[in-house]
Design a protein around this ligand. Sequence first.
Ligand code: MBD
Ligand code: FE
Length: 260
Amino acid sequence: METTEARSKTLIESLIATNIAWMRANRITHEDYRLATDTLIASIRHGEESLLLDVFLEAEATDIGNIGINGSPEAVEGPFYLPGAPLLATSHMPQRPDERGSPLILHGAIRDPSGAPVANAEVDVWQADAEGRYSNFHPGVPDWNLRGRVISDAAGRYSVTTILPPPYEIPKDGPTGRVLTRLGRHFFRPAHVHVKLRHPDFVGLTSQLYFDDDPYLDSDVANAVRDDFVLKLRRRDAEGGVRYEAIYEFVLDAGNRVSA
Ligand code: MBD
Ligand code: FE
């Protein structure tokens, strides 16, 4: 087995060689080179974190990582995860008293590959609000809004009471938006809820759940939707208005993944 150091040396060398071959083939000038590096730098300076790379490349890494695994597939994390979200005493996600958006109950069970329930798994959830803003990143949202952790019960069940997020639109006016404009692409990701699962006896899982009927499922700007992640959105017309329910069953891998 190759060591981490040896692997990273090989990878960096091959990345540089691939880039140089691409530069020669495309006659990349010094001006082109500066435009590319300035775009990368600007995306970070503008607070876009890893947005630029996540939009174009992250889904490929999760697809490659999903080959041969026993548990649920992994999904892209995106740029807006933060560790340390509030540990919730109930299933109710932190939200403003007048939080906009239709109520959504997201629930299901967590199992091991044999089907046995996984109790006491931590389910760390984060999502955008009805305006498509992530708390702690975008201004105008209270810190930790729509971010929280719940724990699976003895039957492996988890439940989160939140709002149905809208499709997420990448800022049009930032460096990543300008690249997308140049490519003639739209700026949307389908509505999604991010989840990370943790349990001491299992490999951690980063997931992301989408809802059927979303207009952007087939044209996600980050190209990260996979059939496994698309949930049936059940609509319940209740007294206070429309409510939604969606179910997702997670399978955690007990750890026979070969770690580098
Ligand atoms: C997001 O909210 C996201 O989840 C990803 C993967 C990329 C950009 C914005
Ligand atoms: Fe997201």
